[in-house]
Ligand binder design. Structure first.
Ligand code: FES
Length: 353
């Protein structure tokens, strides 16, 4: 049977089956519960049951004191619901509530989407879980133990698998290793999560998400997290991509657009390749400006929207200028640089935009 679990704060509510732990159901629903081991050892997931009936799912080593038992405290990783519940549980309010973790992870899948773009999926060991917030990034280590930053492209609701989008770059040790040497079953060391480019879960405002090239990775994580939650927020997804294979997950975006009434996908495809766009200096920026200007009519009614933008800095300045011109408030525009492609950090520093 399915039951509804509500948090005392009123901020979160989700459903759970009687056979699963409350913690698993919360993670699946995108609720950022505080937890550690997820197997009854650390006590970090302890919460108070304010109303409703629960059952113990498994034995745990962490000892709940008699005083806490009287006040109906239980471990969410070891407890299931038997009715609708009201609970007082602690949730991660900010990224600083989530510890930096170091994990050795196994390569589960490598999808070479095009000649220079691979999606790698890493598997977290059975005894561990990776806690992160949608939009954050990890450090991945190559065989020389040099670190490379990649945005997590997967949803925190699947904390066993981590997805990165890797663009092959000349002279970049990690991306070349991915394309030449990396095989399914290999192991990688990762560290994180890092970054503050995360959603404001307290807001119900519509969202505009804008990705440039592999900036789509962080946006994909934000979108999957949003759709895992039971909130219905209107979302406009713009993907600004270069070259014939730039919209490398176009079919996925179109399937979201078909399946979700609240999501509207606007691909902004530029024929020229990314290097050409980057090399053409001011002309390239004009091209980007034209594309964005022509498509902003979609969001003219969204003055109160929260904007999440992943792009090189000068593209961000241009987009911010255009959005503010359309009445969107500057403080509602959240920007993140593209991880995994250091070349893009310095696109046209001299461009007059
Ligand atoms: S998460 Fe460690 S005891 Fe529940």
């Amino acid at each position: 049977m399915i039951h509804r679990i509500s948090l005392k704060s009123g901020k979160y509510s989700f459903t759970a089956e009687e056979y699963e732990s409350i913690l698993d159901a919360a993670i699946r629903a995108g609720v950022p519960f505080n937890y550690g081991c997820s197997n009854g050892n650390c006590g970090l997931c302890k919460a108070q049951i304010l109303s409703g009936e629960v059952s113990q799912l498994r034995k745990h080593d962490f000892v709940i004191s008699e005083a806490d038992k009287i006040q109906s405290y239980a471990l969410m990783c070891s407890t299931a619901c038997k009715s609708d519940l009201l609970i007082d549980a602690s949730v991660a309010a900010t990224t600083s509530d989530i510890p930096v973790q170091e994990l050795r992870v196994k390569v589960r899948k490598i999808d070479e989407i095009s000649s220079d773009l691979a999606i790698i999926t890493l598997q977290v060991p059975r005894s561990a879980r990776l806690r992160f917030m949608a939009g954050q990034y990890m450090r991945v280590y190559d065989d020389q133990q040099r670190s490379h930053e990649y945005a997590i492209a997967s949803c925190p609701c699947d904390e066993k698998h981590i997805e990165f989008h890797v663009r092959k770059l000349d002279g970049d040790a990690f991306s070349n290793m991915v394309f030449k040497q990396l095989r399914v079953g290999d192991w990688l060391n990762i560290q994180g999560p890092y970054g503050d480019f995360v959603l404001d879960d307290s807001s119900d405002a519509p969202m505009v998400m804008i990705a440039f090239d592999t900036g789509f990775a962080a946006i994909k994580s934000l979108l999957e997290h949003t759709t895992a939650q039971e909130k219905e927020r209107e979302i406009y997804l713009y993907w600004l991509a270069c070259g014939s294979e730039g919209l490398y997950l176009d079919n996925l975006c179109r399937s979201w657009d078909d399946a979700l009434d609240e999501l509207h996908y606007v691909p902004l495809h530029m024929q020229r390749g990314i290097n050409e766009i980057l090399d053409s200096e001011y002309e390239g920026m004009c091209h980007i400006e034209d594309k964005i200007t022509l498509s902003l009519h979609h969001i003219e009614h969204l003055k109160n929207a929260e904007v999440y933008l992943v792009s090189p800095e000068p593209v961000a300045k241009l987009v911010e200028q255009l959005l503010v011109g359309k009445g969107i408030q500057q403080e509602r525009i959240h920007h993140e640089i593209i991880r995994g492609n250091p070349n893009l950090k310095c696109i046209h520093p001299e461009a007059k935009i």
